[in-house]
Design a protein around this ligand. Structure first.
Ligand SMILES: Nc1ncnc2c1ncn2[C@@H]1O[C@H](COP(=O)(O)OP(=O)(O)O)[C@@H](O)[C@H]1O
Ligand SMILES: [Mg+2]
Length: 294
């Protein structure tokens, strides 16, 4: 029986220098066609290690690898599989046979894998240049997320273990904000995962924002005294003086994380949200003062 597209099939298996697109329904012979093309490449003298047969799924990759091996086996046994009959009507030439004999013991150097598997093997063989752990493996996104979270939990428990250092920032946070600490750490870990090179902004050496702040509050205070009397202004100035007192000289010595964390809380006041130094919005703060201009 001659298939209607026999000539196209023959070309796909023998025109080894062209880039071809084969599109066909399930069960019409695509896998056989690829196996045939690879067998013809080997018969033309290409080394197995130079050939990459890439598929979409792992199942297809293993089927293809098996089909290639079976095809070569059959050809060497003097048999021609049905899908190769039109290509090799007289069987193998002597030269083709010799090439297959040479290729046969090295068939496992042939790459038959998925897109992911192929990329991974390239990355792995250049692991040092890629900065990769030699034991690294590719997993899909859900598995990766679960592994990451499991790893994070283990790390977290380890940090909070009985022998943890008292001033350890994680320990301090667990004591100071026990209800939020897990979410905060998870948020930071995810941020770091997305941006592995992210670094905290380092304070400039010798900077004393506490002195700058107290100075600025002082300037503001002097200005508001000289300005037209206004309850809103004097309320804010009062509030700021409270903060200036709280932060006066607070960075004079190198402080522990616990002290720095406590400094993040502006204490009782109406300008700031508690814990975190977020300024309230103008409306919220104004409501807190219960006073508006005019
Ligand atoms: N040219 C052909 N002549 C006869 N049978 C073929 C031919 N090509 C493929 N087959 C057979 O058809 C079946 C399906 O082939 P397969 O290559 O797995 O198709 P696909 O990959 O497109 O799903 C297999 O049993 C295969 O041996
Ligand atoms: Mg198939």
């Amino acid at each position: 029986m001659t298939l209607a597209d026999q000539e196209a099939r023959r070309q796909a298996m023998t025109d080894l220098s062209s880039i071809l697109l084969v599109e066909a329904a399930a069960g019409t012979g695509k896998t056989s066609l690829m196996a045939g093309r690879v067998a013809m490449m080997l018969a033309a003298g290409h080394h197995p290690g130079e050939i990459a047969a890439i598929t979409f799924s792992e199942l297809a990759a293993s089927q293809l690898a098996r089909r290639i091996r079976e095809t070569v086996d059959k050809l060497l046994a003097g048999d021609v599989p049905a899908f190769l009959e039109a290509v090799l009507p007289q069987g193998l030439s002597e030269q083709q046979r010799e090439a297959l004999v040479v290729a046969f013991p090295r068939l496992d150097e042939l790459t038959a894998t998925t897109i992911h598997g192929f990329c991974q093997s390239i990355i792995r063989s250049h692991g040092v240049q890629a900065g990769l752990d030699p034991g690294a493996r590719v997993v899909d996104a859900t598995v990766a997320d679960n592994l990451f979270m499991a790893e994070l939990s283990a790390w977290f428990s380890h940090r909070l273990a009985a022998d943890a250092a008292e001033g350890d920032p994680i320990v301090v946070l667990a004591e100071e904000i026990p209800l939020q600490v897990v979410n905060l750490i998870r948020e930071l870990a995810n941020l770091r995962r997305k941006h592995p090179d992210a670094q905290p902004i380092l304070p400039s050496a010798g900077a004393r924002p506490d002195i700058d702040f107290v100075q600025a509050v002082d300037d503001f205070d002097r200005w508001q005294v000289s300005a037209e009397p206004d309850k809103w202004l004097s309320d804010i100035a009062h509030e700021l003086r409270g903060l200036a007192q709280r932060y006066h000289d607070c960075l004079a010595s190198k402080e522990s994380f616990r002290v720095l964390w406590r400094l993040c809380d502006p204490g009782i006041g109406r300008l700031f949200e508690r814990k975190g130094l977020q300024l309230k919005t103008y409306d919220e703060a104004a409501r807190g003062f219960g006073a508006h201009r005019n």
